[in-house]
Write a protein of this length. Structure first.
Length: 237
């Protein structure tokens, strides 16, 4: 059994990433590929608990007291290590087993998010992120990453608008300043410049259908480039 393919979707909060992730999962399954969809932080029971801390997520638990203030002052390095704790569990339980089965793993965020949000956004710099990534992720790295890009101001407006429609308080990241989100965007674009063969940037300030079409084009080109391997991927049926 040959190793599967690891595809990640990245982008700022408000970029439409979660919507596009769902559309891409549907598209790949229609092509007959066995897809393991997942997300970070999360993807496992342990990861989802860590996600609640990191995002101050109260969804589904309206009876609990607001935890935003409790976790709002989480130290940047603590935030980074929690991200990688969730990632270690995710890799162990989900990503590596699915790749070993020859599946396509499609993750809503992975390690590029840590570089963008903690390395750039929190200004920890690249060395601590890379050090943890060597230990935790090791050789398990994405084969293709699609970054949904749009101006930071627009992304922040979308993210905050989404929380308002949900009648929820802004989470830890939505509550950050515009300058923080500008640094995150700069981080993603720097990652794309350093690794243009793996990382493809798609403009997200377009209608949902147009963004989805561009993502499919990128993914189709990638799959064609891996044709000898993709023929050996596990296909549903």
């Amino acid at each position: 059994m040959k190793r599967g393919l690891f595809i990640t979707l990245e982008g700022m909060d408000g970029s439409g990433k979660t919507t596009q992730h769902a559309l891409l999962v549907q598209y790949l399954r229609q092509r007959g590929l066995a897809v393991r969809e997942t997300r970070e932080p999360g993807g496992t029971l342990v990861g989802e608990e860590i996600r609640r801390i990191l995002l101050a997520d109260r969804s589904g638990r309206p009876d609990e007291p607001d935890k935003l203030d409790k976790h709002d002052h989480l130290a940047p390095l603590a935030e980074l290590t929690l991200m990688y704790a969730a990632r270690a569990q995710h890799l162990e339980e989900v990503v590596r087993p699915a790749l070993a089965r020859g599946q396509v793993v499609l993750s809503d965020r992975f390690n590029d998010a840590s570089m963008a949000y903690q390395g750039y956004g929190r200004q920890l710099g690249a060395p601590p992120v890379r050090a943890l990534d060597r230990i935790i992720s090791g050789r398990t790295q994405p084969d293709l990453t699609v970054v949904l890009d749009l101006p930071a101001r627009l992304a922040l407006e979308r993210a905050r608008g989404r929380e308002t429609r949900r009648r929820s308080k802004h989470g830890r990241f939505e509550a950050q300043s515009l300058r923080f989100h500008q640094r995150v965007r700069a981080g993603y674009l720097a990652i794309a410049r350093r690794d243009p063969r793996r990382v493809k940037v798609v403009k997200a300030d377009q209608p949902v259908a147009e963004v989805a079409e561009e993502i499919r084009r990128v993914v189709d080109l990638f799959l064609r480039s891996k044709q000898p391997k993709s023929r050996r991927l596990k296909v549903k049926g």
